[in-house]
Design a protein around this ligand. Structure first.
Ligand SMILES: Nc1ncnc2c1ncn2[C@@H]1O[C@H](COP(=O)(O)OP(=O)(O)OP(=O)(O)O)[C@@H](O)[C@H]1O
Length: 191
């Protein structure tokens, strides 16, 4: 399996907390040569799209198409996870490039964290938070079967984050990127 040489950052957060936004900013700051973003949902959506004859590009985008299929995708992927909890994490890492830092942007379950810790060293877990009103302004609306199931709630009672940060606005975003870079350097001065 491909190994990142330095560090794996596992990002988690509720829907519309801004995980993806932060990961893209962090990647832009660290530079393509040093890091890549890994999405566990990548192989998940690819296989789902193939099995259901759907447009993968639309499914990967942040819009209504993704929301339309989110519930069914959750249920479909849960069936696969039941027999193999690491299936999608493994598939995502197998397809990932060999960079010093892996930024995993969509960790949703304790079993995801467990899988990474069992298979790699130098893991850091990062929880992105945002006020409910901010998430609503970004398009979040409570959806039964999505917001009240394991894919969204499994990590609500996980209290061992290495870093927990608020992302309500651009200033918060800058602070998050700076804090994470400092932590990276503490661990790995060569970064
Ligand atoms: N700090 C910020 N400043 C301005 N806009 C932001 C900020 N953080 C996130 N956003 C915006 O909020 C929206 C949701 O962000 P994003 O897609 O990153 O959330 P997410 O946590 O990955 O959501 P999901 O779990 O639904 O995929 C996006 O349109 C993004 O551009």
């Amino acid at each position: 399996m491909t190994k990142p040489t330095n560090l794996i950052l596992l990002f988690t957060g509720k829907r519309k907390s801004g995980k993806d936004f932060i990961c893209e900013k962090l990647k832009a700051t660290l530079g393509d040569a040093n890091c890549c973003i890994i999405r566990i949902s990548g192989p998940l959506k690819r296989t789902y799209a193939e099995n259901h004859q759907l447009d993968l590009a639309d499914l990967m985008s942040d819009g209504p198409y993704k929301e339309q299929y989110r519930l069914d995708m959750i249920n479909w992927s849960d069936e696969i996870r039941q027999s193999d909890p690491g299936y999608f994490c493994r598939a995502a890492c197998e397809g990932a490039p060999n960079k010093r830092i892996w930024i995993v942007s969509d960790v949703r379950r304790k079993s995801d964290i467990k899988w990474f810790k069992e298979n790699y060293n130098n893991i850091r877990t990062i929880r992105i938070l945002a006020d409910l009103s901010v998430r609503e302004a970004r398009g979040w609306k409570f959806t039964k079967g999505v917001d009240d199931v394991a894919s969204e709630c499994d990590l609500d009672d996980f209290n061992c984050w290495d870093i927990e940060l608020m992302n309500n606005n651009n200033l918060d975003c800058e602070n998050i990127v700076r804090t994470i870079l400092e932590k990276c350097k503490e661990m790995r001065p060569e970064i």
